[in-house]
Design a protein around this ligand. Structure first.
Ligand SMILES: Nc1ncnc2c1ncn2[C@@H]1O[C@H](COP(=O)(O)OP(=O)(O)OP(=O)(O)O)[C@@H](O)[C@H]1O
Ligand SMILES: [Mg+2]
Length: 268
């Protein structure tokens, strides 16, 4: 739940994990029917870091991202083995409350996808789903999230207007405001700037950079240059395998695997 004092900073999770790891993926395999897509993925994400996941189209980046908040649960014929530990607990355990899991893990998609509701209601949506009824709290929080997403000044006089009347770049910032409203500790972003103009892209990249004070951010991207600019860690997927995962400084300047090097030098 959001903090009682309506602070955007998430309640610190238990630091019982070694090395500040928040997400630990262990021997993850994923199948669409007989198609074995993700193969023995092992990696971890540290708290308050930005990680970008790169790789050519169809290599499984989006599927992988969706395994981190159980979004593939609804896909017919999908099967997963292995573990995704978040704060040390396997999110695929039967006891896990998926609604609470998704509150803790916000998601932003490639296509800005605001609900066909007002700007205000888009951001308030998650709070209401989670049973928050205090109107003052909701108003204050919507305002904070819009400010935090760098959108407030542009929309403060039209909060009751349809979200669909906003530009693409504004809609994407609204989706970010919506994603942080429930106080997640992790943000998943699947090519969040893919359809945006350079100015909107730059705004979102700056936001990502400033957000890591509060969240762990995992971003799928096609764009090597952008990834180098924003990420602390980077991973390279190819044909459903994680080829390389490292601190971005090493990843972009001294990749260990030739295939990573080929990708970052645009040979795919
Ligand atoms: N629901 C599904 N059922 C069957 N196969 C699927 C499904 N969704 C994705 N796939 C297949 O899984 C593979 C990986 O898809 P995914 O969307 O994860 O790739 P991606 O790396 O995100 O690609 P892109 O960069 O184009 O977004 C593709 O071959 C795709 O056709
Ligand atoms: Mg994708």
């Amino acid at each position: 739940m959001p903090n009682e004092n309506n602070d955007l900073k998430p309640v610190k999770s238990d630091d019982g994990n070694i090395d500040n790891i928040i997400v630990n993926v262990k021997n993850l395999n994923f199948y669409y029917g007989n198609y074995h897509l993700l193969k023995s993925i092992n990696l971890y994400f540290k708290k308050n870091s930005v990680c970008t996941l790169l790789g050519p189209s169809g290599c499984g980046k989006s599927t992988f991202l969706r395994t981190l908040n159980r979004m593939n649960d609804y896909t017919e014929g999908a099967k997963l083995t292995g573990e995704v530990l978040i704060d040390g607990k396997n999110i695929y355990d039967k006891s896990v409350d998926v609604v609470e899991l998704r509150r803790n893990i916000g998601m932003v998609f490639q296509n800005p996808n605001p609900f066909p509701k007002s700007i205000f209601e888009n951001v308030a949506f998650g709070l209401k789903i989670h049973g928050i009824k205090n109107k003052d709290f909701i108003v204050e929080r919507v305002e904070k999230c819009l400010k935090y997403a760098g959108l407030y000044d542009e929309v403060k006089d039209k909060l009751n207007k349809s979200a669909l009347s906003l530009s693409g770049g504004q809609q994407q910032r609204l989706c970010i405001a919506r994603a942080i409203a429930t106080n997640p500790s992790i943000l998943l972003m699947d090519e969040p700037t893919a359809y945006l103009d350079p100015v909107s892209t730059s705004i979102i990249l700056d936001l990502i950079n400033s957000f890591k004070k509060y969240y762990t951010i995992i971003v799928v991207s096609h764009n090597v240059q952008q990834s180098g600019r924003i990420s602390d860690y980077s991973g390279f997927f190819l044909d459903g395998e994680l080829i390389e995962f490292d601190e971005s400084g090493n990843f972009f300047t001294r990749p260990k695997d030739k295939r990573t090097e080929n990708f970052i030098t645009s040979r795919y």
